[in-house]
Design a protein around this ligand. Structure first.
Ligand code: SF4
Length: 304
């Protein structure tokens, strides 16, 4: 059985792919052993909420089933990008994005799009305490985090590129079918609510048409940003890194990441020189991972 079927998933999240880059085995074990959100994850989410409120463009539409939720997400992305383009200045946050790559649905949410030099710049925010961030800088672990986050940004940019070239109607049908939404219906009231916000849209077909047009009319910068934000102060940016879009590299990387989902191959763990990742991994501490490169003694050592 293919991994995507084994895990009963109808789509893959960009955050799944990012975790896979960090450690594929960790991703697999986290799907098989769902964990409650940690304190640091909760703090990270609340920082993102504060940032979102600061530049919020609310989309107040009620969705009553999964199909309407999908279309609400797509309308939200379309509308936020359009408002930003019309303003020609500032930022919007939390932009949902879907793409079909190698016949698999990929879903994600871009943290921020900012208008700069007539282009949209994709920004990804990571939250860390100052102390942890400084220790990452001092011992060089920052390189592994940046590697993961650089790929994450490149995946978003690649998804946008892939949407620019599609036929909206066939993409919509394909998406519905892969997400098993074809049998669900969309209420007239839902379309009316969208139409009230944007009178140009009077059907789902029109929504896709306008969305793809919008993506094609605006330039997305090849330069993107990763911001490390102080988790105790959402206004304090600890560091900002520029990332350049490398389409050739991300294509190869995506192919190898998606190969895991499309086959029944075993998940790979980290290499010997990345064994330090295991020491902060919950599946190492709980002795669940059987392929950690750490020695057996380390498994039950002082860091437990
Ligand atoms: S213990 Fe190491 S190899 Fe195993 S899942 Fe965690 S990070 Fe990956």
């Amino acid at each position: 059985m293919l991994n995507i079927e084994r895990f009963k998933k109808d789509h893959i999240n960009v955050t799944d792919l990012a975790m896979q880059i960090w450690c594929e085995k960790q991703l697999e074990l986290s799907i098989m052993n769902p964990q409650e959100a940690t304190e640091s994850m909760k703090i990270g989410r609340s920082v993102h909420l504060v940032l979102e409120k600061a530049v919020s463009i609310p989309v107040n539409i009620k969705a009553t089933n999964r199909k309407e939720q999908l279309y609400k997400s797509i309308f939200t992305a379309y509308y936020r990008i359009k408002v930003l383009k019309d303003r020609g200045i500032g930022s919007v946050r939390e932009i949902p994005i879907y793409a079909i790559i190698d016949d698999l649905v990929i879903a994600g949410k871009i943290d921020q799009l900012s208008f700069f030099n007539n282009e949209l710049v994709i920004v990804e925010d990571k939250t860390k305490s100052t102390e942890i961030f400084n220790s990452m800088l001092n011992d060089g672990r920052i390189a592994a985090y940046l590697n993961r986050d650089t790929y994450q940004l490149n995946i978003y940019r690649y998804m946008i590129d892939s949407l620019k070239r599609i036929d909206g109607e066939s993409f919509m049908n394909n998406l519905e079918s892969k997400l098993r939404l074809s049998s669900l219906s969309v209420r007239e009231r839902f379309i009316e609510d969208i139409n009230r916000i944007d009178p140009r849209i009077d059907s789902i077909k029109q929504l896709f048409k306008e969305f793809i047009n919008e993506l094609n009319e605006i330039r997305f910068s090849d330069r993107m940003s990763i911001r490390y934000i102080d988790r105790n102060d959402s206004e304090s940016v600890l560091e900002r890194y520029d990332v350049i879009y490398r389409r050739d590299r991300i294509e190869d990387k995506l192919r190898s990441l998606l190969e895991y989902w499309k086959t029944d191959r075993e998940a790979k763990g980290v290499s010997e020189n990345e064994a330090w990742k295991c020491k902060s991994c919950i599946f190492y501490r709980r002795a669940i991972c059987n392929i950690t490169p750490l020695k057996r003694n380390d498994l039950y050592g002082s860091s437990r």
